[in-house]
Design a protein. Structure first.
Length: 460
């Protein structure tokens, strides 16, 4: 039995797929105008576990993820510049070059974190026709209106608008002092925006309403319907999408089809820094490559993510990342030792323990509990060393922590030079200076060990 916490009902529910063993999952992907930060990346860890545990339990999964390469405006609402166009202007590149460049970085980061790519990537600019068709459908049903700057969805016409976020729409109406611009209701949103002056934007298309570009929300409805049908089993995203983006996805999809759009909504909590959400607009704190330069591997970061349940906020500090790094290295070392064992394996023991592991994951993806179970197994003596080894490798098919992989350590010329200098000082009996150099090497994330065969340099 698999259970997920459904944001729609605010309850843990038993998961029942729409079509027997075939499951459709849609994940809101990145807006590709800047480097993904470690907060963004956290949001893609749990859909990967979700997918893997379903596949390992015999389901076939079709996973679709969008790439927002047009229509996401700076204000996150319906005002301001398009994020991609703005970066293109700043960097003197084409919008296409910008989105391709940052999309590739995003894919590289997923790869480094062992997050498998979706079965289908959908770029918003490649589905303009579908988005226009969907808006036409909404127009025909009377859900849209036109203003001087675009076509809008009239949220007052959709019964239950805001059901996902439990929005107090009446309250929002009462608070009308907040500027609503050209919109009829504060919660209305753009389906199609007109270009201010034709030819000024790099990305614009003709439509029945005038030259322009799609709003940010319509892409997810149009593209998910195209690949997964009108009702999706599971939709995932960051919790910041609940009140606007996903509320709008529901409104426009259900208004168009008259059917339930998503059966299970799963939302991930934020990665915070000093109690605040890490966000691209405020600099993003660190990217994965920043951390790599500081001698943290993608697996150290992944282990850190695994320490918290996906629905719980996680606070980032270098101290906790260090703790994760140490725990991860310890786990890898244990496995390295266990690998040498040649004991007889009882498959039943492995299966039993694996079943327990899956039970933790089937309970709304309780990854931290599954991880602490790994440590229990290693500490206790229910399994022999060879069985432990086999079992942890099986767990790692879900975790994707490269536990069995020997990592190649890149030792820079600078470190090698320092190590040689230290050797010379030692030979000259200048021990204090040698120790100072050792300190320097430590600070750069390495240790030098004096062995019978000479010096060995290792990652700290
Ligand atoms: P964006 O590329 O800005 O559209 O964001 C991509 C994804 O990252 C969205 O699903 C966001 O919900 C998510 N996200 C943004 N900031 C954070 C954060 N600090 N912690 C976790 N997820 C985040
Ligand atoms: Zn979306």
């Amino acid at each position: 039995m698999i259970r997920f916490y459904n944001t729609l009902t605010r309850k843990k529910e038993v998961f029942k797929p729409l079509k027997d063993k075939k499951i459709g999952i849609y994940t809101c992907g990145p807006t590709v105008y800047w480097y993904p930060h470690i907060g963004n990346l956290r949001s893609y860890i749990f859909p990967d576990f979700l997918k893997k545990i379903l596949i390992f339990q015999g389901y076939s999964v079709k996973h679709v993820m969008n790439v927002t390469d047009v229509g996401h405006l700076v204000s996150n609402a319906d005002e301001g510049e398009d994020k991609i166009e703005k970066t293109a202007k700043r960097e003197g590149k084409t919008a296409r070059e910008i989105s391709e460049f940052y999309f590739n970085i995003f894919k590289q980061d997923l790869k480094k974190l062992n997050i498998s790519e979706p079965d289908v990537w959908t770029k918003a600019t490649e589905y303009i026709k579908e988005q226009i068709e969907l808006i036409k459908k909404l127009e025909k049903k009377g859900y849209t209106y036109k203003t001087s700057d675009g076509i809008y969805f009239d949220t007052s016409k959709f019964r239950n608008y805001g059901k996902l976020a439990k929005l107090d729409v009446q309250g929002l109406k009462a608070g009308k002092r907040i500027a609503i611009g050209k919109k009829k209701n504060k919660t209305d949103f753009a389906l199609w925006k007109f270009s201010e002056k034709s030819g000024e934007r790099q990305q614009e298309w003709g439509s029945p309403w005038g030259i322009g570009f799609p709003g940010w929300h319509i892409e997810c409805s149009a593209m998910s319907m195209k690949h997964l049908g009108e009702t999706i089993d599971i939709h995932t995203g960051g919790e910041d999408h609940i009140s606007v983006h996903h509320s709008n996805e529901i409104a426009q999809s259900e208004a168009a089809t008259g059917k339930t759009f998503v059966r299970y909504w799963l939302h991930g909590a934020f990665l915070n820094f000093k109690g605040e959400k890490i966000s691209k607009s405020t600099g993003g704190l660190y990217t994965l490559s920043d951390l790599e330069k500081m001698n943290y591997s993608p697996m150290h970061l992944k282990y850190f993510y695994l320490s918290a349940h996906y629905r719980k906020p996680l606070n980032f500090t270098l101290e906790s990342l260090n703790a994760s790094k140490n725990a991860y290295e310890k786990l890898k070392n244990i496995l390295f030792e266990l690998r040498k064992s040649k004991q007889k394996i009882n498959k039943k023991n492995i299966e039993l323990a694996y079943k327990q592991f899956l039970e933790f994951l089937n309970d709304d993806l309780n990854v931290p509990q599954a991880l602490s179970y790994v440590w229990d197994i290693l500490r206790e003596n229910r399994l022999n060393d060879s069985e432990k080894y086999e079992l942890v490798l099986k767990f790692d098919k879900v975790f994707g922590l490269n536990l069995d992989k020997e990592e190649k350590i890149e030792i820079s010329a600078e470190i090698k030079k320092l190590a040689e200098e230290r050797e010379r000082k030692r030979k000259d009996k200048k021990f204090q200076e040698a120790d100072e150099i050792r300190e320097k090497i430590n600070k750069l994330g390495f240790v030098v060990e004096d062995t019978e065969k000479g010096i060995v340099i290792k990652k700290r």
